[in-house]
Structure formats: C-alpha cells, structure tokens
Design a protein. Structure first.
Length: 667
C-alpha cells in the first residue's frame, strides 16, 4: 500500500474519532521483518486496548504530526511508538508539541515526564513500553494550564534536579530528556550532553541504561553503539536481540563495552550491579547462548509465518469480497479465510436485531457433535440471555475469554460444552453493531490479544462489504419501488409479471389481471390538496396488501391506477378478489384535517382463460374493463369477455353485459 493511501486513511480516522486516539508505531519494516514482526506482536499482546494500531511504513513522522495538526486533534491524541522520540522531538522543534507526559498507574500516582532525545530513548525504568502506553502529548496550546496542574501535584524535587517550566522546555536545542529514579520517585531532568547524563546518574546513584529504540540497519546500530561507547557510557541495552548483532556484540565486548539485550517484562533483572551485568553479557555470548538465539530466531520465523498467513488471508478476503452483494456469500467467505488464520474448532456469525440473536452462518459444529450442529441451525435466542453477546452489542467492542471455565461472563450450554476458549468481535456499519463473529476452541488460553486485533481487521473488511451490499440493496429497492406507496413500480411489475406469466403458461395455469382506479381522485386533490390525495393512495395500497395472497403481485401503475397480477387464478377467483378489495375500500375512512371521507374504487378484470397471450394484452383488456366500470357508474367490478369482446359487470357472481364502451374516459 503506498504512502498516499495510508496517510489518507490515517487522516480520515483522525477526523472521524471524537474520543481520545492512540497512535502506535511498532516500526514494522519490510527491511527487518524478523525484528519488526516480533516486536509488533509482543506489543499488541501486551496492550490489547489500543484505540488505533498504526504502522508508519513509508510515512514520515512529519507527515503524522502534520495530519494531527490539520485535524486539530493535538489535545486528543496519544502517541505510543518506538520512535516516539523522533516524532515528538520534531514536534518540539516545530513548536507544535511541548513535551510528552506519562501517567503510569504504577508510579505512585505521579505524572512522570517521558524523556526525549534524537533517535535514542534513554531510561532507567523497569518497563519502557508500559510507560509509553500511558504517554500523553502536551501541546503548546494547553501547556500552561497543564503545567499548573502538574506542578501542584508534584512532591518536592531534589535540589540537584532542575524544575522545568514551559519556557525552559521551549528553549532550543532540546537534545535529551531523561527519567531518573530516586527512592522510586521520578522527575524530569533535561540533559544537554552525554557527560551531563553521566553526572546526573552518578548523583542519583544509578547505572546508565541506554535503550536504543530506533534503527534501520545493522550498520547503523553498530555506528550508534560505537558512538555511545566513545562517549563513555557504562552499559548499553538493546531493545530486541537479533542474530545479526552477534558479531558486533562480540567485537564490542572484546573492546570492553558491555552490552545486554532488552527485556520488557516487569521486574526484569536490573543491571545496577556491574558484575551481574558483565556476567549476563558473558552468558549472552557464550556457547550456551546459541540455543537461546536459535529459539528466538525460530519464534521470529514462526511469528513471521503466522503474520504472512494473516496478511494473505486478509488480502484474499478483500479480493473475494470485492463487488459481492450477497451477505450470505460474504459471511461464508469470511469464515473460510478466518479459519486459515485462527484454526478455530467452530465459528459462527450472529445477526443482532433488537433483543434477538440469530445464527446466519456457521462452520465446524458438525465436526464437534450432532447436538452442536443442530443447536446452531435452530438457534434463535434473546440477546439478554447471553452476557458475552450482550456486552459486545452494547459496547461495540471485541471480547476475549481465554478460559471459559474461569470467567463468570461465559454462559455454558450443554450443546457447546467443548468450548474452552472463545473470542467475539462486532461487525459495525455506520456505528451500529449488525452482526457478531463468534469463534470457539477446545483448548484453554488458545485465543490471545493478537487474535483480537486480527479479527477486528476481518470485521472491518466485513463491514465494508456488508455496507456495499446494503447500499446496493437500498438502491435496487428504490429503483423498483414506488416511493409513496412502497409497492413495486410499473417497470418492476412488468418484469415480475412477464416471468410469472411464462411460468403459468409452462404449467398450463390460468393468470388474471386486476386494473384498479380510484373514483373521483381528481376531485379529492382539487378540494383537499395533494397531501390528501397521497393519503388516499396509501390507504388503497394498504388495503391491497391486506387483501392479496403472498403469490399475488401488486403495483402502482401510474397516477391513481394500480394493477394486480393473480397467478393460478381463474376469472371467477379474480372477480371474488376484486369484490373483496372493492368492499374493503368503500368501508375505509380517511381523515383529512377535521373531515373524514370515504373512498371507492373501480376495477377491471381480464384472464388468460386458456389462451396464450402476453402481459400487455391482459393489461389492455383489464384497462378496457376498467373503462367500462367507470362509465357504468364507478365503485364496480367489470370483467373482459373474450368471446363477446365486451366488458361485463360482476355482481354476486352474475354477469351483466355492458352494450358498448364509450370513447371518452370519465374522471
């Protein structure tokens, strides 16, 4: 995907979001997939609640900052990224961002400033990603207000540390920001050189722990490590251990430079004791470390393989769903491709309507048990009966239950007792949950936060496809329907009628046509207005729906004229149907303002009567019979007699002949 498309999508996401936005850059790079995929997946597993997962391949930090500023979201955006430093430092230099502030709950409630400097994040903290995840951008526009609140909550700062004001922050150059611990209390310390950093650390009685958080090539890593070593740093900690770095580590270790790999787990070993650090480093480069390297490499390649399968499945879904307009086919394809990635035992898609949940697509239940398959085929239950689905529909958020035996939200049923791990994800269209993915596994702990993010990606594809199908269905319905009455329009009637006439002809069945016209409709419009006329037309269409069978086809033919096609119906049956409609209409009262009026209708009939004739011929004959009904006094049913080629009035089953048809149609 090229830069412009990605940036356009990012800008759109910024505009649409009204709540707080989290931007994450894992540094996913095609040039270093073995490192990037591993880092990205570990980050997602650790922080499943991120609002927006954003990979900046091909998009510069400047473009990200510009998009944030153009959207006016500076005070709403949280930035969490492994090159937070480059993005935020550029923001500081441009004057749009003052500093980044952490609000980590494990730091005794202190608002802890995150330190910054170009291309290197330096810190003596147990878990940098956790701190970054609570990072808030403080912009120039809200700086003073934020700073006053911030300083009021701080405990007294040690004398050797400088209190930093907004004016101090805005000074240039801002080279390094640093977090220092002192009895578990944290404060901001601006550092303007590596020597000053060493001095501050010495005062705080800490061992320097440099964490390189941005790099692109092995050569660049080597240059950075060598440069830091030349500046006299005591130890260097890499964020991710890559097998390609082994020669560099060995070479620098021989030169007396101590290097350790980065462990992001809380309570990990701190290198405050140089001997422990050296021992750890010796272990890393010993023969026994080769097994660890092989293990990590294997996990990286396995992770990369899984990521590749996921991307391929997502691309396949996008391609296969393109131009599909049938929702059943869409959901079938989705479950097929999701199974490639998740290898779930059974899965389904539920349709959410009001308080009802109905299965519309299922897969894999027959392999588990006949009872499970039967349950999914007939499942139609209340949303409130199942806490999991109810929570997803109410919140619009995915739900992960790693172990169904130990989660009170899980509602067990005998038919699916095999489910030990479960994941559900909503499919949202225009902010409304229309369906829910439900995936099952008979292995506790199988589903992880990574599966949540992947399933959300599939849900996004599903939402787009379903929305397109819904739009097409709406447009198709609009093209076929009369907007006032909701009945099929003339064009749709002619298509359906011709098809039905051919079917009846094939099986030697009769077809009848009813042509209806409201009596004195022009007078209603003239005396009461067109709104009253619309009410009368709606009343007639409602009576038609109430009188017709499911197989009958009714349409608004034009103006106040309506046509009904009654398949497999002789003329006598059509006459009974027409009389029922006529009586229903003359007993219908329509309220117009303070008045109530009655309506009558004239009806003309025609039938195939064993003949082979076209739809146009039947409509023409019914129209002539209607003409006779209106000429004969209205509020009547007339039928076309094919033998005498005249229209006859239908009264209680008796045929009264009409001598001739007038040349002028009555109003």
């Amino acid at each position: 995907m090229n830069m412009q498309i990605r940036l356009k999508g990012f800008r759109a996401a910024l505009r649409e979001r009204q709540s707080e936005i989290t931007i994450v850059d894992t540094g996913l790079s095609q040039s270093q997939p073995d490192i990037s995929y591993s880092y990205a997946q570990s980050f997602l597993e650790k922080y499943p609640g991120l609002d927006l997962f954003y990979i900046t391949e091909g998009i510069s930090a400047e473009a990200v900052l510009q998009a944030i500023q153009e959207a006016g979201k500076q005070e709403q955006v949280r930035i969490v990224c492994h090159d937070l430093l480059s993005a935020v430092v550029r923001g500081i230099e441009e004057g749009s961002i003052v500093c980044a502030i952490s609000q980590d709950p494990q730091l005794q409630g202190y608002e802890t400033p995150i330190l910054l400097f170009n291309h290197i994040l330096t810190g003596w903290v147990p878990d940098i990603p956790r701190i970054l995840n609570s990072c808030t951008v403080v912009t120039r526009s809200n700086c003073n207000e934020y700073w006053n609140t911030y300083t009021d909550t701080l405990k007294p700062i040690p004398e050797h540390s400088k209190r930093v004001s907004p004016e101090r922050i805005s000074e240039k150059p801002v080279k390094i920001g640093f977090i220092c611990p002192d009895n578990h209390e944290f404060w901001l310390q601006l550092i303007e050189s590596a020597e000053q950093a060493k001095q501050v650390l010495s005062q705080a009685n800490c061992t320097l722990d440099i964490r390189i958080m941005q790099f692109t090539t092995v050569n660049e890593i080597e240059q950075i490590l060598t440069s830091l070593a030349d500046q006299g740093f005591d130890g260097i900690c890499l964020p991710i251990f890559d097998t390609r770095l082994v020669p560099i580590i060995n070479r620098l270790s021989d030169a007396g430079i101590k290097i350790a790999t980065f462990n992001t787990e809380p309570n990990s070993t701190e290198f405050s004791d140089p001997q422990l650090m050296e021992k750890e480093l010796d272990h890393k480069i010993s023969l026994s470390a080769q097994a660890e390297i092989t293990h990590r490499t294997g996990k990286m390649y396995q992770s990369e393989r899984e990521q590749r399968i996921f991307v391929e499945a997502l691309m396949a879904v996008s391609k296969r769903l393109n131009n599909l307009l049938d929702t059943n086919t869409i959901f079938t394809i989705l479950l097929e491709e999701i199974h490639r990635v998740f290898s779930f035992d059974s899965g389904s898609i539920f349709l959410a309507e009001r308080d009802k949940v109905k299965v519309i697509q299922a897969r894999g239940y027959s392999d588990k048990s006949p009872e499970a398959e039967e349950f999914m085929q007939t499942a139609d239950f209340k949303l409130s009966d199942f806490p999991t689905y109810h929570e997803i529909v109410q919140t619009g958020l995915p739900l992960l239950i790693s172990d169904t035996n130990n989660d009170p939200r899980w509602y067990p049923i005998p038919e699916t007792a095999y489910i030990q791990s479960w994941i559900g994800c909503p499919i949202c269209v225009e902010g409304k949950v229309i369906a829910v993915f439900s995936l099952d596994k008979d292995e506790p702990g199988y589903f992880t936060a990574q599966h949540v993010h992947q399933l959300q990606a599939f849900a996004g594809q599903a939402a787009m496809a379903v929305r397109n199908a819904m739009l097409f269905s709406e447009l198709s319905t609009m093209a076929k329907t009369d907007p006032l009455t909701g009945l099929p329009n003339r064009r749709e009637f002619e298509e359906q009628g011709s098809s039905e006439l051919k079917r009846c002809k094939r099986y030697n069945r009769e077809v009848s046509i009813l042509m209806l016209d409201l009596d004195f409709f022009k007078s209603i419009n003239d005396n009461y207005g067109h709104a009253a006329g619309d009410s009368v037309l709606k009343a007639l269409s409602a009576n038609l729906r109430a009188s017709l069978r499911m197989a009958d086809i009714a349409c608004r033919y034009g103006g106040e004229e309506f046509v009904v096609l009654a398949p497999e119906t002789h003329l006598s049956g059509a006459a009974e149907l027409a009389e029922r409609i006529r009586v229903r209409m003359e007993t219908t009262f329509v309220s117009i303002g303070d008045e109530t009026i009655t309506i009558t209708v004239s009806i003309g009939l025609s039938s195939t009567n064993g003949r082979s004739c076209s739809l146009e011929q039947l409509i023409d004959e019914a129209d002539k019979a209607l003409y006779a009904a209106k000429s004969g006094g209205r509020n009547a049913v007339f039928a076309w007699d094919t033998e005498t080629v005249t229209a006859e009035k239908q009264t209680a089953g008796k045929h009264i002949s009409t001598p001739e048809v007038k040349t002028e149609e009555p109003t």
